[in-house]
Design a binder for this molecule. Structure first.
Ligand code: UDP
Ligand code: MG
Length: 323
């Protein structure tokens, strides 16, 4: 049987492991060693090709992360250094676009290796069987604190309610084929919400379950405000549901005030016992004032999205490359 080139590629793919790093000097030595081991084994057993590599993206770290990457002494360690802290999603994108033409498939994983790197083989298996996008889904949240657990659940629930199609408990541990990355690259919007975009490429997808452990060292780089902005961005860039809710609310209030208006007219004209009341005057003011402010806030979010989109600033800037 004659194999087409792409099928031949699928047999033993060149794999790039993309690792975004922001101030990760505490975990990097261990991460480089472990990922080197995982990759070495995959190569040894011919699961991935000999020229597979690790690509660390230094997202404007202010510590020695980039030095550790540059001087790792491991020839499979490549890297990209961004000039500033552009944020996790942009760093990830920078890494993916940098490796796109150098590999057949790329797996993204966090630098703290909370996500089990030994699950990578399962990702490759799905890829070889034809999936272009393989989502890593965590088995449980035992390693998370109560706050992270609750906020994560609320986040995925809210996303579902808003009609954003994402897989619960899939973060950014994911395999993308070269084709998937190419398609991703065609999305020029800033603040790209990768896990949702990857769902709507229309490519064949698969799921791999993996275990999560606690962070090896260092602290989480995702503060509450960063998590909230990720969630908010996810909603406003993928769903117009909030705007529809406002519209629905507007219609409901319109009808309600109409009925109340008729009621007041009827009392005034036919009954005539109206006593101008404090409550009936101030309550609507508070009520409508509150709703108006809420609506303005939501509209402001979309205006903000429009603003950054119209500016079309580069989503990241590569300062140095190591390939
Ligand atoms: N990260 C990044 N840029 C940032 C924030 C985080 O590249 O501005 C990286 C970080 O180094 C890590 C990954 O994103 O590899 C996930 O961050 P972290 O583990 O701190 O998040 P958590 O697991 O606590 O949600
Ligand atoms: Mg982490």
């Amino acid at each position: 049987m004659i194999m087409s080139q792409s099928e031949a590629f699928k047999a033993v793919p060149v794999l790039a492991v993309v690792v975004p790093c922001f101030n990760e000097q505490d975990v990097l030595p261990g991460t480089i060693e472990t990922l080197g081991k995982v990759l070495g084994q995959l190569i040894e057993r011919s699961v991935v090709a000999e020229d597979s590599f690790l690509c660390f993206v230094d997202d404007g770290s202010r510590d020695t992360s980039w030095d550790l990457i540059k001087n790792s002494g491991n020839h499979r360690v490549k890297g990209v250094k961004l000039s500033l802290n552009f944020g996790h999603q942009n760093a990830l994108l920078a890494g993916l676009l940098s490796v796109m033409d150098r590999c057949d498939a790329a797996i993204s994983i966090d630098a703290d290796l909370q996500q089990d790197p030994w699950a990578m083989e399962a990702f490759i298996e799905k890829y070889v069987k034809g999936a272009d996008v393989v989502f890593g889904v965590r088995r449980d949240r035992a390693s998370d604190g109560i706050f992270k657990k609750l906020s994560a659940r609320a986040f995925y629930r809210l996303m579902q309610l808003m009609g954003v199609n994402i897989i619960p408990d899939h973060a950014d541990y994911r395999l993308l084929s070269r084709r998937a990355i190419g398609w991703l690259a065609q999305h020029k919007e800033p603040g790209l919400f990768l896990r949702a975009i990857c769902m709507q490429l229309g490519l064949q997808t698969a799921i791999v379950h993996f275990d999560v452990s606690a962070r090896m060292a260092g602290e989480s780089k995702y503060s509450l405000s960063r998590m909230m902005s990720l969630g908010l961005n996810g909603i406003t860039s993928f769903s117009v549901m909030p705007l529809r809710l406002i519209a629905t609310l507007g219609v409901a209030i319109f009808f309600l005030s109409g009925i109340l208006g008729f009621y007041v007219l009827w009392r005034t004209i036919f009954v005539g016992d109206v006593v101008p009341g404090w409550a009936s005057t101030t309550l609507p003011i508070y009520f409508l004032g509150g709703i108006q402010i809420l609506c303005l806030a939501l509209i402001g979010e979309y205006v903000a999205q429009l603003l950054v989109t119209v500016k079309a600033r580069p989503r990241y800037l590569v300062e140095e490359e190591l390939f």
